[in-house]
Ligand binder design. Structure first.
Ligand code: FMN
Length: 499
């Protein structure tokens, strides 16, 4: 059967979904999706998955998708970030049987049309995209039209520019979204400023979109799409029950509860520490019980006609939106001490050092705090983090100890490519795990981390006093990624190769 496209895909496969839970790293996990679906969400996205790691690492695939399969969790769109069109398609092919569409998070500017086009041609499920707007409406419209032409079957437009992040989030522009909606013939979801059901209706009316996506609003009130605002402990209890059936890392649970209980934790601050300290799901459940008791006491003490404090629309124990303070508003919640870094950045205020920095300077008078003098790191191609810890061992001088000691790469192995040879590189990995620490590698002249093709690996040992037998990868490729991404890639190669 040919795959459904555009509006047909939206109305038949996605059931005409209007209420959409956003992709959220570490937060739109299965348990949270199920909770949101029970309370009115009609479509959910997975957290953004790293296409390169998804292709290489079987465990990553299992943990983030294959073991999260659940019939109630449909329709589901799997989101990837990927720079390389081929890698994106490989990842999407591995994911397509577990979802209804594949979404590309268009954070990375490289080869956008090619990534969409190739995926559109090769996948059996539709490809969708999620974008931020440009400041200019016409530029945003052209971008959307380019994606539609490349084969995107549904577009989510987050009405904020890429600069509108953190305290600078501000309001999303529905004007931009409306212009895109008018200019394309595929369904459009609006994202941004959705905090309650009334916003959903207003947004659909104002922009003409097919559906709306919520992230922060959903985290603070997962019953937002039902138009209800339940007590915070109720939804916490329900979520914890789901987590018992569909476990996820405790860090996700904690992060969810910090958001859900946000306003209550301003009042009962000791519980914040309790939540931060607990190490088990039972511990978290106990904190929720305690929070419930305290809120019930607050309710019983409530006087007639009493209004919620702090300008909140509801009392602190009711799920409700959280409005992030703007860049110039001092946050009362933090005693007016907004993020020092944000303040410094905003006001260029580097002349006056913070207390911590003054203390550091006392300990180390030569330390400089001038950001312009800090080393600038290249960004990782995969995740955008700084590539700080690249390491390359100098070519191993085989010495005694290993079965293959004294030998060059195994017969049939390729010679090192010119680039690798020039740097003389081996990336030593062992079946046990790293024998040689990064520091040691650096001491031995390391400059860059190379990861080899799995086809080329062999065994040898590294000289200079290190007698362990090592499994080494002859260098075949430079990976322009940070140590985390490279490590994941290397581990996955090892786990696939080792008996
Ligand atoms: C905790 C969190 C994690 C997020 N992770 C992702 C992600 O994985 N992929 C993505 O495209 N956007 C991600 N976002 C952005 C949201 O999907 C959404 O575009 C943004 O928060 C604006 O929507 P809102 O105004 O409803 O919060 C994340 C947002 C939050 C709050």
């Amino acid at each position: 059967m040919p795959k459904l496209q555009g509006f047909e895909f939206w109305s038949r496969t996605l059931g005409g979904a209007r209420h959409v839970v956003a992709p959220m790293v570490d937060q739109s996990e299965l348990a949270w999706r199920l909770l949101s679906r029970r309370h009115g969400a009609q479509l959910c996205y997975t957290p953004m998955l790293h296409a390169q790691v998804f292709v290489r690492d079987a465990n990553y695939r299992k943990e983030n998708l294959y073991c999260e399969v659940c019939p109630e969790d449909r329709p589901l769109i799997v989101q990837f970030c990927a720079n390389d069109p081929e890698v994106f398609v490989q990842a999407a092919l591995l994911a397509q049987d577990y979802c209804d569409a594949i979404d590309l998070n268009l954070g990375c500017p490289q080869m956008i049309a090619k990534r969409v086009l190739l995926a559109h041609e090769k996948l059996s499920v539709p490809v969708t995209c999620k974008i931020r707007v440009f400041p200019e409406i016409d530029k945003t419209v052209k971008y959307a039209q380019m994606l539609e032409k490349a084969g995107c079957q549904l577009l989510t437009v987050h009405g904020r520019t890429k600069e509108q992040k953190g305290p600078l989030s501000g309001t999303a522009s529905w004007e931009h979204i409306k212009a895109v909606r008018k200019a394309v013939a595929i369904p459009v979801f609006a994202n941004g400023n959705i905090q309650c059901l009334r916003d959903v209706e207003r947004c659909i009316q104002d922009t003409g979109v097919q559906g709306v996506m919520s992230a922060e609003g959903n985290l603070h009130n997962p019953a937002l799409f039902e138009g209800r605002s339940p007590a915070v402990w109720e939804l916490a209890e329900e979520y914890l029950d789901i987590v018992r059936q569909h476990p996820c890392p405790l860090s996700y649970v904690r992060a969810h509860l910090f958001k859900l209980w946000h306003h209550t934790l301003q009042v009962h601050q000791e519980l914040r520490e309790e939540l931060a300290k607990v190490k088990t799901l039972e511990g978290v459940t106990a904190v929720n019980q305690e929070l419930k008791l305290r809120c019930q006491e607050d309710i019983s003490r409530q006087k007639e006609g009493e209004k919620p404090s702090g300008g909140l629309p509801f009392f602190h124990w009711i799920c409700q939106p959280y409005f992030r303070p703007g860049p110039r508003e001092g946050s009362k919640e933090n005693g007016g001490a907004r993020s020092k870094r944000a303040l410094e950045e905003e006001e260029g205020g580097t002349d006056v050092l913070s207390k911590n920095k003054q203390k550091k300077q006392l300990r180390n008078p030569h330390k400089t705090f001038d950001p312009s003098l800090k080393p600038k790191y290249a960004k990782c191609d995969q995740c955008g983090n700084p590539k700080v810890s690249m390491a390359l061992l100098p070519r191993a001088e085989p010495s005694g100890g290993g079965r293959r000691a004294g030998r060059s790469p195994l017969p049939g192995q390729h010679p090192l490519p010119a680039e690798g040879r020039a740097r003389g590189g081996w990336l030593p990995l062992t079946s046990g795990q790293p024998l040689i620490g990064r520091r040691q590698a650096l001491r031995r002249g390391a400059a860059l981390l190379f990861v080899a093709s799995p086809a080329l690996w062999g065994a040898c040992s590294v000289g200079g006093g290190i007698s362990h037998r090592l499994t080494s990868f002859p260098v075949s490729r430079v990976i322009g990624v940070c140590s985390t991404c490279a490590g994941a890639a290397a581990r996955s190669e090892l786990s696939e190769r080792l008996p």
